[in-house]
Write a protein that binds this ligand. Structure first.
Ligand SMILES: [Zn+2]
Length: 123
């Protein structure tokens, strides 16, 4: 398989995938790893450089209705079909919850690293 050469070969693909957080105190940028994501369920991240705590700006209110509607369309219909065909509501519900979380969590992490910005926490 040949990869076409484009003009952006210097772009760091790994970093682009993980996303990047920028410390509002010292401007140090660090990749958002899964470890950091799981350690910060409320969106608070500690800078590895200056050790200060900052939090993600919650500016994504519009994201959640879109996600919810999308999930209902993408997974709700097959879940209902599964529940109907197997005559097992629990199987359909379990399929819906597992498949939804499997999509929402990576999307949420991606948003953290790409669209949201760390801010100084006002005490
Ligand atoms: Zn810092």
């Amino acid at each position: 398989m040949s990869v076409p050469n484009d003009h952006q070969t210097s772009h760091p693909k790994n970093l682009a995938y993980k996303g990047q957080l920028i410390c509002p105190y010292c401007q140090y940028s660090f990749p958002l790893t899964w470890h950091r994501y799981w350690a910060a369920p409320l969106g608070s991240y500690r800078c590895p450089q200056c050790k200060k705590l900052s939090h993600l700006k919650a500016n994504s209110v519009w994201v959640f209705p879109i996600l919810v509607i999308g999930i209902i369309f993408i997974f709700g219909i097959p879940s209902l079909a599964l529940a109907y065909i197997s005559n097992n509501f629990l199987a359909g519900a379990a399929f819906f919850v597992i498949s939804s979380l499997g999509i929402v969590i990576p999307i949420d992490k991606w948003l953290d690293g790409h669209l949201r910005r760390l801010q100084i926490r006002s005490q």
